[in-house]
Structures are given as structure tokens and as C-alpha cells.
Design a protein around this ligand. Structure first.
Ligand code: HEC
Length: 124
């Protein structure tokens, strides 16, 4: 009987660790904010071609309303649905920024942008 005790306890420990990990994942992440989180990325990597001077595809990325209005192809994003958002699609397939135009969007930034759009509600 005694020999089994350590095994029993290490099993308990592992299952409680797993529980803690699961709970940490469930914790809702704060929704990114356009001005604070998103705009700095766009300013660094997009707005020189999508702002005051140049407007590739007629898209202005300086404000949320301009993004919702969109460019030649229509709205740049669909609130609540990153998968159907043009700008996410273009970044994902490395169409934007155009090839050879650095800096690119990092995977962390793309994840943040997806999260930003997915948590956006009622702004259409
Ligand atoms: C070097 C200039 C340049 C940079 C940097 C750039 N774009 Fe573009 N973008 C363009 C041009 C030009 C077009 C028009 C389509 C084309 O010619 O490919 C365009 C088109 C688009 C469109 C489609 C507009 C429409 O309605 O047709 C989206 C969305 C877009 N860009 C998003 C972005 C995002 C997001 C970034 C930053 C990660 C970015 N772009 C960076 C030049 C640029």
C-alpha cells in the first residue's frame, strides 16, 4: 500500500496543475484598443501607403470609420469576424504590405489584429 502513495499523490498534483493551466487559458484577454494597440502598428507598417499622401486601393487606414468604409474592394474589415476581413486576409497571405515592402506584420501582431476584430461589436 505504502508504495502506491507517492504515485497517487503525483497523480493528484499533475491533475491540479492541468486544471490551473486550463483556467489560465480560459481567462478572457482584454480586447485590443484601436488607438492604443492597433493604430501604432498600422502607422508603422501601413499608413505611409494608406494615409494622407498615398491611398493604395483608395483605402485610408487612419481611422476606424475609414477602415469600415474601405477602399476599391469594399470594407477593410468586418466587425466580429476576422476571417471575413479583407485586411486580415491580405496580411495572412502576405499580400500586404506588398512584397519587398518591409516591415511586415509579425505573427503576434496578426493575432492581436484578429482578436481586435473578433471582439469588435456593433460598430457597423
Ligand atoms: C508600399 C505601399 C503599401 C503598404 C506599406 C501597404 N499597402 Fe495596402 N495597398 C497598397 C496598394 C498600392 C494597394 C492597391 C491594390 C494593389 O495595387 O495591390 C493596397 C491595397 C490594400 C487593401 C485593399 C484595398 C481595397 O479595398 O482594394 C488592403 C485591405 C490593404 N492594402 C491593407 C494594408 C495593410 C493592412 C497594410 C499594413 C500591414 C498595408 N496595406 C500596407 C499599398 C501598400
Amino acid at each position: 500500500m505504502r508504495a502506491f502513495l507517492p504515485i497517487f499523490f503525483s497523480g493528484l498534483l499533475l491533475s491540479s496543475l492541468a486544471e490551473v493551466a486550463a483556467r489560465a487559458e480560459e481567462k478572457p484577454r482584454a480586447a485590443p484598443d484601436f488607438k492604443k494597440d492597433v493604430l501604432p502598428v498600422f502607422e508603422e507598417k501601413c499608413i505611409r501607403c494608406h494615409g494622407a499622401k498615398r491611398r493604395g486601393g483608395k483605402l485610408d487606414m487612419r481611422t476606424l470609420s475609414a477602415l469600415l468604409e474601405g477602399g476599391d474592394t469594399g470594407p477593410a474589415l468586418k466587425p466580429g469576424n476576422a476571417k471575413k476581413s479583407l485586411l486580415i486576409e491580405l496580411i495572412h497571405y502576405k499580400e500586404m504590405p506588398p512584397k519587398k515592402e518591409e516591415p511586415f506584420i509579425t505573427p503576434t501582431e496578426l493575432e492581436m489584429l484578429r482578436h481586435w476584430i473578433n471582439t469588435m461589436q456593433g460598430k457597423t
